[in-house]
Write a protein that binds this ligand. Structure first.
Ligand code: SAM
Length: 280
């Protein structure tokens, strides 16, 4: 039986199948297993976990995840051209890889876990398609999946926004929503040349370790999305003006926030206080 160690190099597999990257699917592949193993190690230990991987493509990161101690991997790929390659990978790791041909934007991860890996602890580890990366991140942060941690490759600029401290140029809506739910940091950066084909910009892995205590409710997170959309939609304006549609100065006063301040100076707790008032 073919094991993971017997699989041919990814470049050979892609060439043999004549597979070229599709721009519309955000395809930039990691073909160096040393790199994908490094990403899997960032997330270790994975024992007892089910890893959701979006966009396995030719399977470089998937191989590294299957070489790890992860109990199960559920890989969701929209491009059917990769399914035959991925089936070879599944055969080399019997019973540990579930392949789902679907759009990750609409897939119900909790139902997939209940069906294929019940009882395991969910995590997300992915080299994300850049065009839908932030939408997927918001889905996992605010939705029912409740992963314990996520290690996600984004354009470097997006990863920096996720981990940005209050007051910095990169601090914005994504920083507030991510940091309301998780401890965030940049775990690794990668130059564009590490990918095939190389994207226009460098990339970075954002690590998000989700809080187990004091997690805002779904309703509070929905209010937080609304408040931050208004506040950072006009980030140079004072909150009394940018939040006008939600109550302006009166909202700020009720939340104990200075209405003359600008969004980028308000810490995550301040936005949660505003969201609490909006929710009520
Ligand atoms: N994981 C592979 C790697 O590291 O080499 C590929 C990463 S590539 C940046 C993104 C992958 O996501 C591609 O395989 C692409 O086909 C897939 N993809 C794009 N949009 C998707 C979607 N909405 N749902 C599921 N997969 C998607």
């Amino acid at each position: 039986m073919t094991g993971l160690a017997d699989l041919p190099p990814l470049r050979e597999v892609l060439a043999a199948e004549g597979l070229l990257a599709r721009k519309s699917f955000g395809q930039h592949f990691l073909l160096d297993l040393n790199v994908t193993r490094k990403i899997a190690r960032l997330a270790a230990p994975l024992a007892g976990s089910v890893v959701i991987e979006v966009g396995p493509g030719p399977g470089g990161l998937t191989r590294a995840l299957l070489e790890s101690d992860a109990a199960h991997v559920i890989a969701v790929e929209k491009d059917p051209r990769f399914l035959p390659l991925l089936h070879d990978l599944a055969a080399a790791a019997p019973g540990r890889l579930t392949l789902i041909e679907a759009d990750a934007l609409t897939v119900d991860e909790t139902a997939l876990i209940a069906a294929h890996a019940p009882g395991l602890v969910p995590r997300v580890i992915s080299n994300l398609p850049y065009n839908v990366g932030t939408t997927l991140l918001i889905k996992w942060l605010t939705g029912p999946l409740r992963p314990v941690a996520m290690h996600l490759m984004f354009q470097k600029e997006v990863a920096l926004r996720i981990a940005a401290p209050v007051g910095s140029d990169a601090y914005g809506r994504l920083s507030v929503i991510a940091q309301a739910v998780a401890e965030t940091r940049i775990a690794m950066t990668l130059p564009a040349r590490a990918f095939t084909p190389p994207p226009k910009v460098d990339s970075a892995v954002a690590e998000l370790v989700l809080r187990t205590q004091d997690r805002p409710s779904a309703a509070r997170l929905a209010a937080l999305e609304t408040v931050t959309a208004h506040a950072f939609g006009q980030r140079r304006k004072m909150l009394r003006s940018s939040l006008k549609a939600l109550g302006g100065a009166a909202l700020c006063e009720a939340a104990g926030i200075d209405a003359d301040a600008r969004a980028e100076t308000i810490p995550v707790d301040g936005f949660l206080a505003l969201a609490k008032v909006v929710e009520a």
